[in-house]
Design a protein around this ligand. Structure first.
Ligand code: RB5
Length: 162
């Protein structure tokens, strides 16, 4: 499975933990940034001990674009709250980004919503809970059936709203 991952400065620490976890499991991960850059785009240095501030739409769009284009199977996005990343990601055709906070919401987002992007708040969800969520989310299958009918309705709404 090919998984793209991205974050802003608010999600960098957690993203690094997720990349390490998935790497140790042999998953194919495409890290789309942000990394620990020394300076912002306008040349301002990061404050001591903190990652440089970046704009979450830039990184959300990279991951969601790759999922939308079918270049990767799934995506994971981390910002401070997970809210901005989920808003950005859900602008992309075919993307079903779910902002999850625990094992239950992560599992349900796969079983009922066939979520193809997991959004997490790096300042909201503790590291161990988040890593557990990632494992659950990547291994839980979609249930189909009546849930597929509902996803088909979402696709129709997406087409008619263009
Ligand atoms: C950045 O300070 C913060 O706004 C961002 O990480 C995220 O929480 C946005 O939704």
């Amino acid at each position: 499975m090919k998984v793209a991952i991205g974050c802003d400065h608010g999600g960098l620490e957690l993203k690094e933990g997720i990349v390490a976890l998935l790497g140790s499991q042999g998953a194919e991960i495409i890290d789309m940034g942000t990394g620990g850059d020394c300076c912002s785009a306008d040349g301002k240095p990061a404050a001591a001990g903190r990652p440089v501030s970046v704009d979450y739409p830039d990184y959300g769009a990279k991951v969601a674009g790759a999922v939308s284009a079918g270049e990767v199977d799934k995506g994971i996005l981390v910002c401070g709250t997970g809210i901005g990343m989920s808003i950005v990601a859900n602008k992309f055709p075919g993307v079903r980004a779910a902002l999850c906070h625990d094992a239950f919401t992560a599992r349900m987002s796969r079983m009922h919503n066939d979520a193809n992007i997991l959004a997490i708040g790096g300042r909201v969800t503790g590291r161990e809970v988040a890593l557990d969520m990632v494992n659950i989310w990547l291994s839980t299958p979609f249930e189909g059936g009546r849930h597929q009918r509902r996803l088909d309705k979402i696709s129709d709404i997406e087409k008619s709203a263009r």
